[in-house]
Design a protein around this ligand. Structure first.
Ligand code: HEM
Length: 209
């Protein structure tokens, strides 16, 4: 049964995931413009994009354990999910920069330094940059499988940072960010033994983390 599903999945394209991410960005933006996110549409938009970034990141992390424990192979979607998480995080940052901060560079810089939850979010986003930049076949070939895999271990640091960012934003021990943090820790723990596997020989086998 699983073999048949895997065969079917192999024929599916990954591009609808990018389309979904773009549609979600546009839909939430429209909701904010239409007044559905009153009284504070900017903040609501920031939250929606932040949560979506986290959800795409979690989905991309879930594929390796899913394959290992159930045999269901959705790995061909990992790159699209990881990159969508990155684009969503950029949308989250853009709302903060363009609307929330309204271009007050000094206030922005002092926020990055003085509000630790922003520092943590910024660190997570900076770690996503090299992962996104190396998520195409040409770069994987240039780096080689082993170096690419080492670089993509950054996800083990960035995912807990995002969880911490969420817990910190909510001030106090709220259930929702704690549930996300628990899911991230579980997924990372389930992936740990995979580090001992040999590096892939063909660059085409490697996908974004
Ligand atoms: C430059 C980096 C980042 C900045 C400046 C930033 C800033 C913020 C701000 C200002 C808030 C809202 C705080 C409030 O309630 O007033 C927030 C919330 C949040 N951010 Fe970020 N963030 C960054 C990176 C990230 C990344 C990389 C992710 C996920 C991959 C993320 C996920 C979230 C989540 C889940 C929330 C909470 C949403 C909620 O409360 O429902 N952030 N962030």
């Amino acid at each position: 049964m699983i073999q048949r599903i895997n065969q079917f999945v192999r024929r599916l394209p990954a591009w609808p995931i990018y389309l979904l991410a773009a549609a979600l960005i546009a839909w939430h933006f429209r909701q904010a413009l239409s007044g559905a996110y009153r009284p504070d549409p900017v903040r609501a938009l920031e939250w929606e994009y932040g949560r979506l970034a986290l959800q795409f990141l979690i989905a991309s992390l879930a594929l390796t354990p899913l394959k290992r424990f159930t045999g269901l192979n959705l790995m061909k979607f990992r790159r699209a999910l990881g990159l969508s998480a990155f684009f969503m995080a950029l949308a989250h940052l853009s709302v903060w920069l363009a609307l929330d901060m309204q271009g007050y560079v000094a206030q922005m810089l002092s926020d990055i330094v003085k509000r630790p939850f922003i520092t943590v979010g910024m660190a997570a986003l900076l770690m996503m940059l090299p992962l996104a930049a190396t998520s195409h076949d040409a770069m994987i070939r240039r780096l080689g499988g082993a170096r690419w895999r080492r670089l993509h271990r950054l996800v083990y640091a960035l995912a807990p940072l995002v969880a911490l960012h969420f817990i910190w934003v909510r001030k106090g021990w709220q259930i929702e960010p704690l549930v996300y943090a628990a899911i991230i820790l579980l997924l990372l723990a389930l992936r740990l033994p995979a580090q001992n596997r040999p590096a892939p020989r063909r660059p085409g086998n490697v996908r974004a983390a």
